[in-house]
Write a protein that binds this ligand. Structure first.
Ligand code: FAD
Length: 120
């Protein structure tokens, strides 16, 4: 059986930018691929809100529908313009999944994204 260190090491080595947040999108964990894509180390990112990597150009209605879906217990996938630590924007293909406890309450969110700028 897989133990938790194997799960952790798998996330650490995954070639998709992964973040785990609390229920208000405050970052609790980022993997090395997140650092490669965004330029933010775990030290920079943990404790900040996910909006840290927003380019501030995505229409508010996108966020409203995203939050409506994830607070309703469903996954959301879509494309957003993010901004790296060095200021360069990139197109992100993002999936956010609510992580629920045994009683069905959302306690965390899992974010997974890739830079698809070159594919666009
Ligand atoms: P905000 O004030 O955060 O919110 C904009 C609107 O979203 C609000 O008006 C409201 O309708 C809704 N909203 C915000 N927070 C909540 C809440 N706690 N409960 C209910 N509704 C809420 N954004 C990106 O731009 N890029 C990303 O890569 C990205 N990844 C994310 C990954 C995860 C796991 C999660 C949970 C969120 C992610 N977000 C991402 C969304 C991010 O948290 C912000 O909502 C977004 O960046 C807009 O930030 P803001 O400060 O402009 O507006």
């Amino acid at each position: 059986a897989l133990d938790s260190s194997v799960f952790r090491e798998t996330l650490e080595q995954a070639d998709v930018a992964v973040s785990i947040t609390d229920g208000k999108a405050n970052i609790l964990y980022v993997n090395p691929a997140f650092t490669r894509v965004t330029g933010y180390s775990a030290e920079d990112a943990v404790g900040r809100n996910q909006s840290l990597i927003s380019n501030k150009t995505t229409p508010r209605t996108v966020y409203t529908s995203l939050w409506r879906k994830i607070t309703n217990g469903q996954s959301w996938s879509g494309r957003l313009v993010n901004r790296r630590r060095d200021g360069t924007p990139y197109l992100a293909d993002l999936t956010i999944t609510p992580v629920q406890d045994a009683s069905g309450v959302t306690v965390n969110y899992l974010g997974m994204h890739r830079d698809i700028t070159l594919l666009h």
